[in-house]
Ligand binder design. Structure first.
Ligand SMILES: [Zn+2]
Length: 252
C-alpha cells in the first residue's frame, strides 16, 4: 500500500534520485572489506538484500549496482575494448552506476530510454533511430522481458549492430522452464509479479532465450562468467546465482 502510493506520487526519475541519495547516506554504515563493488570501487562489510524474494548481498550501498551489474562490468573490463578504444556504444535503459562510468570514457556513448527522464537520449528499442551497422557495442540488460514486441526489439538491436560488433544482452531467466512463459491475459501488476517474478515484466524467459535471439538474426554465445573468474573474486563481488547474470554475447 505504502509502496504503491509512493510510486503514484513520485516519478520513476524522482524515485531513482531519492534512492541514489539514500544510497550515498547509508554507504558509510556498511564500512568494511568483505565485499567490493567494481562499479564505484568501494569496499563494504556487506551488500544490501534486494528483490521480492530477498537475495542477500545484492545491492551496493553506494552506487546501487546489483550482482549482474558487477559481473557485466568485470566482463566489459576483461573482454571488450570499451575502456581503451573510441567505440560507438549503445546502452539501452542504462543502469545509473554504469552510466556514470561510461560517460567519462572516450567513446561515442548513446544512453537511451523511452522515458526522457531516465537517459540522455530517447530511444525506442523497437524503432532505433540510428543507421544500420552503426554500433560497436550494445548493452541491453534486463530490458527485453519488459518489451511487448520482443522480436521487433531483437531485430532492431541486430540491425544497428556493426558487422564486427557485439551486443551483450541479459535477462531474468527461470532455469526450470525450457520455454519462455508468456500469457497475454496476465495484465495486472500483481498477476505479473506472481507469474513473471517482477510487476512490470511481459514474460518470464526460459532456457529458450538463446533461440529467441537467434531466431531474429543473432549468433549467440551464452556465457556464465561467474564460472570464468576466481572463486574468491566471485564471492567478493557477489555475482549472484545465475538466474539474472547469464551474458548472451550476440554478433552478426
Ligand atoms: Zn558500487
Amino acid at each position: 500500500m505504502i509502496k504503491s502510493t509512493y510510486k503514484k506520487v513520485f516519478s520513476a526519475k524522482s524515485r531513482l534520485n531519492f534512492h541514489f541519495i539514500y544510497n550515498k547516506l547509508r554507504g558509510p554504515f556498511y564500512y568494511g572489506n568483505n565485499y567490493h563493488c567494481n562499479c564505484c570501487n568501494h569496499n563494504f562489510s556487506t551488500f544490501i538484500p534486494k528483490g521480492r524474494i530477498l537475495r542477500n548481498n545484492a545491492e551496493c550501498p553506494n552506487c546501487g549496482s546489483l550482482e549482474r551489474t558487477r559481473l557485466l562490468m568485470l566482463y566489459l573490463q576483461n573482454n571488450t575494448d570499451i575502456f581503451s578504444k573510441s567505440l560507438k556504444v549503445l546502452h539501452i535503459a542504462p543502469e545509473k552506476c554504469l552510466n556514470k562510468v561510461f560517460k567519462k570514457l572516450n567513446i561515442e556513448y548513446i544512453d537511451g530510454d523511452l522515458d526522457p527522464l531516465m537517459a540522455t537520449h530517447i530511444v525506442d528499442v523497437t524503432d532505433i533511430q540510428y543507421p544500420t551497422n552503426y554500433f560497436d557495442i550494445i548493452i541491453c540488460s534486463h530490458v527485453l522481458g519488459h518489451v511487448p514486441d520482443e522480436p521487433k526489439a531483437i531485430s532492431e538491436l541486430h540491425r544497428v549492430l556493426s558487422s564486427n560488433g557485439i551486443a551483450l544482452i541479459m535477462t531474468l531467466i527461470n532455469p526450470k522452464n525450457a520455454s519462455t512463459f508468456e500469457d497475454k491475459n496476465i495484465i495486472s501488476v500483481s498477476d505479473r509479479a506472481t507469474n513473471y517474478g517482477e510487476p512490470d515484466l511481459c514474460r518470464l524467459h526460459g532456457l529458450d532465450f538463446k533461440v529467441r535471439l537467434a531466431n531474429n538474426g543473432f549468433k549467440v554465445e551464452v556465457i556464465d562468467y561467474r564460472n570464468d573468474i576466481d572463486t574468491t573474486l566471485a564471492q567478493k563481488l557477489s555475482v549472484g546465482d545465475g538466474d539474472r547474470e547469464l551474458i548472451f554475447r550476440c554478433s552478426k
